[in-house]
Ligand binder design. Structure first.
Ligand code: ZN
Ligand code: ZN
Ligand code: ZN
Length: 280
């Protein structure tokens, strides 16, 4: 370009930086901008070893830096976006946590209120129970005293009962002894009455027997008659009665005596004089 614009008679290039006039041979062309520079203001690039001017190096560095920065910006933007999303989520969760917290707080408040009410209730119940207990204690003491008195009485009653039982037992033994005695006595009475029956028939026999037999009977039973039984039906009494009758008959006159004997024969004796009475 400079070559085209420079006058043909002067074959020079001018350094774009220091405006030093250079022979065409000595002027170095920048590979990027194709301008000419002196050797002080141009150099080989480190990455591609191409010869470029300082401005192009600077531009290139700037481009690289700006590209890096823009890529960093993109990265940062995406990071920011993700951070924003995270923030949004955090806000949402925070708000949900907040609502949860509110509900928990209100729940806790209502529970605390309930607790307070319960405590109040329990306190009043406790006080009531305490007053009841205070009332009950003397009653219990009284009951304890009564119980001990009752226990004493029971033991006394038991003692008495045992005493009574023993007494009853003794009495029972005595009663049994008496019963045995009664049985014995009854047997004796029975025996005696049997014996009496043995003697009593004499009264009947005497009426039925003939004179001879009567004498025999009297002789035979003389001992029993003498030791006979007391009372109305005593054989002795009947014998005495018979004797008295005899005496009164002796004192009668002849006809009276005969009729009395006849009477006595008709009432008491068998008709036949030969003994048929069979009392013996
Ligand atoms: Zn220069
Ligand atoms: Zn250049
Ligand atoms: Zn006879």
């Amino acid at each position: 370009m400079n070559l085209l614009t420079s006058s043909p008679e002067i074959d020079f290039h001018e350094c774009e930086v220091c405006q030093k006039k250079l022979l065409i041979k000595k002027a170095i062309e920048c590979n990027d901008c194709n301008k000419y520079f002196c050797k002080l203001h141009i150099k080989s690039r480190e990455d591609d070893f191409l010869v470029v001017c300082h401005e192009c190096i600077r531009k290139r560095i700037h481009l690289e830096v700006s590209m890096e920065i823009s890529s960093q910006i993109i990265e940062a933007k995406s990071e920011l976006k993700s951070l924003k999303e995270k923030l949004k989520l955090s806000k949402q969760s925070l708000s949900s946590l907040d609502s949860k917290k509110k509900s928990i707080i209100s729940n806790l408040q209502s529970k605390s209120k309930n607790h307070e009410e319960n405590i109040e209730k329990l306190t009043s119940q406790y006080l009531q129970a305490k007053s009841h207990t205070e009332k009950i204690i003397p009653i219990e003491e009284q009951l304890q005293t009564n119980l001990s008195i009752l226990t004493e009485k029971i033991s006394e009653l038991n003692k008495n009962f045992n005493k009574n039982e023993r007494k009853k037992l003794e009495q029972n033994i005595e009663l049994n002894l008496m019963k045995n005695e009664i049985v014995k006595l009854q047997k004796e009475v029975q025996d005696q009455s049997e014996k009496i029956k043995e003697y009593i028939p004499y009264l009947m026999l005497r009426k039925l027997a003939c004179g001879t037999c009567r004498t025999k009977i009297k002789k035979h039973f003389s001992e029993e008659i003498m030791n006979g039984y007391q009372g109305r039906n005593s054989i002795i009494a009947s014998v005495i009665y018979e004797n008295e009758k005899k005496v009164s008959r002796k004192n009668m006159n002849g006809s009276e005596r005969i009729s009395s004997i006849r009477e006595s024969i008709a009432g008491k004796r068998p008709e036949n004089d030969s003994c048929n009475c069979r009392v013996f």
